[in-house]
Write a protein that binds this ligand. Structure first.
Ligand SMILES: Nc1ncnc2c1ncn2[C@@H]1O[C@H](COP(=O)(O)OP(=O)(O)OP(=O)(O)O)[C@@H](O)[C@H]1O
Length: 347
């Protein structure tokens, strides 16, 4: 890909398996929306992953695959027609079971910081960015005048928000500046877990680099980062591991260097995602994702998959980092019947 990883990222070991208890442990997290007429939309199904301190997990996948709904579930910000199942443990707090008072007083901002997908809507419209940063700093860090102004400047600087714009109201900001203001606010509380939902939207490439490098510094300082993104170049630059979502399910969990380098992604959908990039094959995945209100019984990717076979009529179990009946390595190892003998060359 065109973006080189910063030196410290390249120096990280390929084996990023968690050594300590995860900051966040997600188990079989499912979210579905009740619709009129008794219909349901299965936005997230059985997502399971761990996120340890000092690690960035990038959640990638096409628009509408459930990434933001998963993040909203972790913050208790789902709309009223949502039903959840499973667990999302932040320490000993199950974020799916916690009441609103607990989430508002002790979780959001303090234990989980959020860089929202729509920063303009997230910022308070009637207060300047400087005021909002000052108030958040007072509330979350206890800093008071005369140190407050200096702390506001430092908080803005962390997200490359220009000091000369601190007296502006959100409606006076470009999309990129609003994004940086929201990132600055999210970093203030020094929360052990940061959720960043498309943190590079609206930024030019230089600012993308500065933003993700700041997020990486946050991770290297010992925080955990769940970054939701369409931007695979940004994911490559910042992430330790990649979670690929398709039609509401995590279909592959991989070490980022193996994913973007060799041997590459294992799930046919993940391979298609990378191959679609202009700097790679620039070949789109044929077809469209299924409706989340009308998912097939078996593998949701089978209709678009060149490797689909009879077994794909059943839902593949997620095992060894992948949910696929015929990932290339299992085909090569002969652990599953091989449907494409001509590919079985050991390559
Ligand atoms: N309140 C709701 N009621 C019904 N369906 C919803 C609701 N909120 C989200 N959805 C559906 O859940 C699915 C997942 O949406 P989500 O926003 O998580 O996708 P995404 O992967 O984050 O995509 P994008 O990157 O475009 O935001 C979509 O089909 C969306 O229409």
């Amino acid at each position: 890909m065109s973006d080189a990883r910063p030196a410290e990222a390249a120096a990280r070991p390929a084996d990023t398996a968690p050594a300590t208890a995860p900051v966040l442990a997600v188990r079989d997290l499912s979210v579905r929306f009740r619709m009129r007429g008794g219909r349901h939309i299965a936005a997230v199904t059985a997502a399971t992953f761990d996120l340890p301190a000092g690690e960035c997990l990038a959640l990638v996948g096409e628009s509408g695959c459930g990434k933001s709904v998963l993040a909203s579930a972790l913050l208790g910000l789902l709309p009223g027609n949502a039903q959840t199942a499973g667990r999302a443990l932040l320490g000993d707090t199950d974020l799916l079971a916690a009441d609103e008072k607990t989430l508002a007083r002790t979780v959001r901002g303090r234990r989980v910081g959020l860089v929202p997908q729509s920063p303009a809507a997230h910022l308070t419209p009637v207060r300047t960015v400087g005021d909002q940063l000052g108030e958040t700093l007072r509330e979350l860090t206890g800093v008071r005048k005369p140190d407050l102004d200096k702390a506001v400047l430092a908080a803005a600087e962390r997200a490359s928000f220009p000091a000369g714009h601190l007296d502006r109201y959100p409606h006076e900001l470009s999309g990129g500046l609003a994004q940086r203001a929201a990132t600055a606010l999210a970093l203030v509380g020094d929360a052990p877990l940061l959720l960043a939902d498309e943190p590079t939207t609206g930024l030019d490439r230089d600012l993308v680099h500065r933003t993700v490098d700041e997020l990486r510094r946050h991770v290297d300082a010992g925080h955990a980062l769940l970054m939701i993104t369409h931007d695979l170049a940004a994911a490559e630059r910042v992430a330790d591991r990649i979670a690929v979502m398709y039609a509401g399910r995590v279909v592959e969990l991989a070490d980022a260097r193996a994913f973007f380098g060799a041997p590459g992604p294992r799930h046919p959908y993940a391979r298609g995602l990378l191959a679609a990039l202009p700097e790679r094959d620039f070949t789109p995945i044929p077809g469209m994702p299924p409706e989340l209100g009308d998912l097939p019984r078996g593998c949701a990717f089978a209709a678009r998959c060149a490797h689909a076979a009879e077994a794909c009529d059943a839902q593949p179990v997620f095992a060894d980092g992948i949910a696929c009946h015929y990932p290339p390595d299992r085909r090569a190892a002969g652990r599953a019947p091989h449907p494409f003998p001509e590919e079985h060359t050991g390559a």
